[in-house]
Design a protein around this ligand. Structure first.
Ligand SMILES: C[S@@+](CC[C@H](N)C(=O)[O-])C[C@H]1O[C@@H](n2cnc3c(N)ncnc32)[C@H](O)[C@@H]1O
Length: 372
């Protein structure tokens, strides 16, 4: 099995507002805004007045940096207000090496989507192209780490889902392998972040998950199985070859429960104790996606169309690469784009026809603290 795979880049679709995933999902990390800012204030308070070492904050699985952007700016502003403008702040942006770091660089410089980080001579952005399932920085480098909607991506492919694209379509033995890898990855993530944290530091993650009843995300009517079945339909119609179908497998575990997130602590891993990590909180909740049409009952045709575009917008950025990577390298680029367009037209048609559904997903916020 390959140990690394370039499957999870995010794809933006032109400047069409309705195609922007963030319009619908929002910047998920902001759901944890209060928790993050409260943790930052505790970190600042614990530092003595003459403690002037640089303050390190990091976003793991940042993509183009847009999602955490306003929160990072707010954190810098709080640090400088509380500790003085002379306080050095290191802002680390991590993602896997295949990520579009050029775009990230433009976003934080303010050349894309807005005004950029407020740079003073004491704010230093650092980009880390490396897997977050290993240690990315030396011991005791960071005060505060955040990560949003990233930990469901597995570090490697552990099985071939024979009859589907997603975990929910996998058979029992395939699911077991995915769950086992999910457990190993979460442990490695927590331990790596734990090593990087300075004593007194915090790790706050917002994870795509399930709830205690094993509920599935329903980002479209019938949820993830529907997304897989549309690919299956195109295979039956001969539009996508069987080998291509198998290559669209998504290596993600989006069904962790609160117990799964607590596991490194509940099974008392020795590293957790050695590092002085404490589990502060684990909160799972259902989150309704946001778009004006999602709340309209008895939509007219125009509203249904808008609804269906918004549903596609929220799925396109990550599903695009799932499809693209599956399509044979022997296909011309133009042909690949046509197949992908066909897929999203089908999805839009389905969403249009099932526009009464109010889309939702499940998130789990995990807060971890490193003892002083
Ligand atoms: C759904 S995006 C989330 C982006 C952003 N954090 C947000 O809140 O919208 C998931 C990100 O995780 C990154 N990712 C996946 N596996 C990773 C890994 N092993 N190491 C670092 N980043 C990874 C992906 O490249 C992608 O940018």
């Amino acid at each position: 099995m390959s140990s690394y795979f370039p499957t999870m880049k995010m794809k933006s679709r032109s400047n069409d507002e309705a195609d922007d995933m963030y319009n619908v999902h929002g910047h998920v990390v902001n759901i944890s805004r209060m928790t993050v800012l409260e943790s930052l204030r505790r970190i600042i308070k614990a530092k003595s007045a003459n403690q002037r070492d640089s303050l390190g904050i990091a976003d793991f699985g940042t993509s183009d940096g847009r999602a955490s952007f306003s929160l990072v700016k707010e954190m810098i502003s709080i640090i400088h207000t509380e500790m003085g403008m002379g306080q050095d702040v290191l802002v680390y942006y991590n993602d896997q090496p295949m990520n579009d770091f050029n775009l990230l660089s433009k976003v934080i410089q303010g050349e894309e989507y807005g005004s950029g980080l407020t740079y003073t001579s004491t704010v230093y952005p650092v980009i880390i192209p490396r897997t977050m399932y290993g240690q990315c920085l030396p011991d005791h480098s960071l005060d505060l780490s955040i990560s949003a909607v990233a930990t469901h991506y597995l570090s490697k492919k552990v099985c071939q889902i024979q009859n589907g694209v997603f975990m929910v379509e996998a058979d029992d033995s395939e699911q077991t392998l995915i769950r086992e890898q999910g457990k190993i990855d979460w442990r490695n993530f927590v331990i790596s972040r734990g090593r990087e944290l300075k004593p007194g530091g915090f790790l706050i993650t917002m994870n795509l998950s399930s709830d205690d009843n094993g509920s599935q995300p329903m980002n479209v009517h019938k949820g993830v199985p529907l997304l897989g079945s549309l690919v299956g339909d195109m295979v039956k119609e001969g539009k996508i070859a069987q080998e291509e179908y198998l290559a669209t497998n998504q290596h993600i575990h989006y069904q962790r429960t609160a117990a799964d997130f607590k596991e490194p602590f509940s099974s008392a891993l020795p590293q957790i104790g050695e590092l002085g990590l404490e589990l502060v909180s684990v909160k799972s909740f259902k989150y309704y996606l946001k778009h004006p049409t999602f709340d309209i009952v008895n939509k007219d045709e125009t509203e249904k169309l808008e609804y269906s575009k918004a549903i596609v917008a929220a799925i396109y950025p990550w599903m695009y690469h799932t499809l693209y990577q599956g399509l044979s390298v022997s296909r011309a680029e133009e042909k690949k784009e046509k197949i992908i367009d066909d897929y999203f037209s089908r999805l839009q048609k389905y969403a249009f026809e099932h526009s009464d559904h109010k889309p939702y997903v499940f998130y789990t916020e995990v807060v971890i603290h490193k003892r002083m």
